[in-house]
Design a protein around this ligand. Structure first.
Ligand code: ZN
Length: 141
């Protein structure tokens, strides 16, 4: 187990831009605000999305295209450092017009409307490096 204690910094309420991508918007915000560590949640509505399921055997993401509009029921994630810059990792639960949900790792999500709550964390940031056992970029210190 790798544990890092960080102090809470700013708490930001952000209305994300219509037509933009959820992951890109949070990444740009982190860069612009100099946020190297953080935790966030997002809720709202998307016009389309791409989510993914990580196959633990093949070490590859299986992508799932969500071509219809969806409620962004829940999106949680974090910001840490990968390859020298802030990196956003987010998972989502999306609901269709019948209320049926599906979820996974968020690759892209085109925003209809979305509200972000981002907590900045201060201190030595976690850094992601490739982990050979899982094939994932995990926190390594
Ligand atoms: Zn993920």
């Amino acid at each position: 187990m790798l544990v890092r204690e960080l102090k809470q910094g700013r708490s930001l309420f952000v209305r994300l831009d219509h037509g933009a991508d959820v992951v890109n918007q949070i990444s740009e915000l982190a860069v612009d605000e100099g946020i190297h560590s953080g935790a966030f949640s997002v809720l709202g509505s998307l016009t389309q999305a791409k989510i993914a399921f990580y196959d633990q055997e093949s070490h590859e993401y299986k992508e799932i295209a969500v071509k219809e509009t969806a409620e962004l029921v829940s999106c949680t994630g974090n910001v840490s450092i990968r390859e020298g810059r802030p990196f956003v990792h987010a998972h989502v639960v999306l609901a269709d017009s019948c209320g049926k949900t599906r979820g996974g790792h968020l690759v892209h999500g085109k925003i209809f409307a979305a509200e972000l709550f981002l907590i900045e964390l201060l201190g030595e940031p976690m850094v992601r490096e490739i982990d050979q056992r899982t094939g994932l970029y995990l926190w390594s210190g």
